[in-house]
Design a binder for this molecule. Sequence first.
Ligand SMILES: NC(=O)c1ccc[n+]([C@@H]2O[C@H](COP(=O)([O-])OP(=O)(O)OC[C@H]3O[C@@H](n4cnc5c(N)ncnc54)[C@H](OP(=O)(O)O)[C@@H]3O)[C@@H](O)[C@H]2O)c1
Length: 180
Amino acid sequence: MILFHAKRISKTETYSGIPMELISVAALAENHVIGNDGEVPWNIPEDRQQYRMRIADAPVILGRVTFDLMRDDLPSSIQIVISRSDHRHDTQTTFSASSVSEAVDVVEDHNADSAYVIGGGSIFQLFQPHLDRMVLSRIPGEYDGDAFYPEWDRDSWSLTESTEYEEFSVEEWARTPDQN
Ligand SMILES: NC(=O)c1ccc[n+]([C@@H]2O[C@H](COP(=O)([O-])OP(=O)(O)OC[C@H]3O[C@@H](n4cnc5c(N)ncnc54)[C@H](OP(=O)(O)O)[C@@H]3O)[C@@H](O)[C@H]2O)c1
C-alpha cells in the first residue's frame, strides 16, 4: 500500500478561522485615497487590466455604492453586494449580504475557497480584520478623496511580493504567521 503524506492546507487554516481565504484587491494613493466623488481619481488602464484579470475567477464582495458604479461592467462571475437595506435583488450572479458572515455564507454556497474584497472604502474597513491577504496597487502621489483604504498594522502583515509597472506597483501582503 502506498501512503501519501502530502501536507494538505486545511480550508480552516485561514487567519480568521473562516473556511476560505479573504483577499482585498485595491488601488491606493500614498495618502490611502481610493476614490473621490464616486470615481477613482486616476486613469491607469494597465492597472485596471491586471485588476480585472486577477479577480475574474473568484466571487467578489463589494459595497452597494461600488456595485452601483460598476453595474454596466460587472467584475467576476459572482458579485456579493453588501448593503444595510432590506432590498434583496439576488439574481443568478448577484447576491445580497448585510454582514461579513452573510457574505461568507454566500461564498460557501458556491463552494469557493477564496473571495476578493474589492471595495469601496467602507467595505475595505469592514473586512480588514478578517483578511488573509491584500493585493494593493500603489499609485504614486497624493490625491484629494473621500474614500480611503484603511491603515494596517505592519507587525501583523508581511510584504511577500512587489511587481513594478510603468505607472504603479502591485504589492502582495500576507498575514505574518503567529509567533506563539
Ligand atoms: N481604488 C480602488 O481600489 C477602489 C475600489 C472600489 C471602489 N473605489 C471607490 O470607492 C468609493 C466608494 O466607496 P464607499 O465607501 O463610498 O462605498 P462602498 O463601500 O462601495 O459602499 C457603501 C455601502 O455599503 C453598505 N455598507 C457599508 N458598510 C456596511 C455595513 N457595516 N453593513 C452593511 N452594509 C454596509 C451600505 O449600503 P446601503 O447604503 O445600501 O445600506 C453603504 O452605503 C468610490 O469613489 C469608488 O470609485 C475605489
